[in-house]
Design a protein around this ligand. Structure first.
Ligand code: SAM
Length: 265
């Protein structure tokens, strides 16, 4: 897979977002910065863990931007209702298409239409499994819109009407899409130029070369009677590289035969 093109970062600007919480936390944003728009009933859950460490620093510096849009503000009537009972009966509630439609239209305003430039995603256990390849593709787009479901999910007509991809964090059921959105945004943002100090680290880590990563060690040299493998202390870069490669291959074969089989020689 090729390296994402270097994004040119322009002047900083402050742009208004849709929730008071975002307005409070208005941050400088580099013009054209990669942007995640998140449609959620829980905008206060953002930035959450994305506000920490490298992703948080990059957010503060405007290298990427986050707009948490409150689905409730698109709700119906005095109580801003967003859901109703499932047609045909059954447990739980379903998010209404008219509410979601207004929210998606608002999120789409001013964004590119081509899905490769700005994917619109519904977080869903029924979706395609999220992988590093998705993160790479999204990092090459100008941004992404993520719709977080709650309750029994969303009215199917929304998924049929818009060019929406359904993407899953894994084969389990979460209470809502917010945690999945944060995980996927994290995986994407760390691939953006300038977010990680050491760009080489994303090339060597798990999945980047179709392999799981080799084991890592650090000081002390011996811990609870366990020594760091000698080769890593040898200073011999060729041997270290060969050892790491062997370890990565052995781990991948043992733990992920699917990845190993899919690897291109
Ligand atoms: C309780 S779940 C709904 C599950 C749905 N009734 C089903 O069985 O497929 C509520 C919301 O959580 C989110 N969610 C749950 N599991 C997820 C997963 N594995 N990946 C991504 N999003 C998930 C989705 O947005 C979903 O609409």
């Amino acid at each position: 897979m090729t390296t994402p093109p270097n994004r040119s970062h322009g002047r900083k600007s402050i742009s208004a977002t849709l929730t008071p919480q975002d307005l409070m936390a208005a941050r400088p944003r580099l013009k054209g910065a990669w942007t995640a728009k998140v449609l959620t009933l829980f905008p206060k859950a953002f930035p959450g863990v994305l506000g920490e460490s490298l992703t948080g620093k990059a957010l503060d510096e405007g290298l990427w931007a986050l707009e948490a849009m409150d689905l409730r503000s698109f709700g119906v009537g005095k109580h801003r209702n967003v859901d109703d009972t499932p047609a045909g009966g059954g447990a739980g509630m379903v998010l209404r298409p008219d509410v979601l439609g207004r929210a998606i239209d608002a999120a789409r305003a001013g964004t590119p239409e081509a899905p490769e430039d700005w994917p619109i995603v519904y977080l869903s256990p029924r979706g395609a499994p999220f992988t590093q390849a998705w993160a790479r593709a999204w990092s090459r787009a100008r941004g992404v819109t993520l719709l977080c479901g709650r309750f029994e999910g969303v009215d199917q007509r929304v998924l049929d009407h818009y060019p929406i991809e359904e993407v899953s964090l894994g084969d389990f059921v979460l209470t809502g899409g917010e945690l999945a959105a944060q995980a996927m945004i994290d995986a994407t943002v760390r691939l953006l130029p300038g977010v990680l100090g050491n760009a080489a680290s994303t090339e060597e880590e798990s999945f980047s070369r179709g392999l799981l990563e080799h084991p890592q060690y650090t000081r002390p040299a011996v811990w609870k009677g366990r020594a760091i493998p000698e080769v890593l202390m040898s200073g011999h870069h060729g041997q270290i590289e060969a050892w790491r490669r062997e370890q990565a291959e052995a781990l991948t074969r043992a733990r992920r035969p699917d990845l190993w089989a899919a690897r291109k020689p």
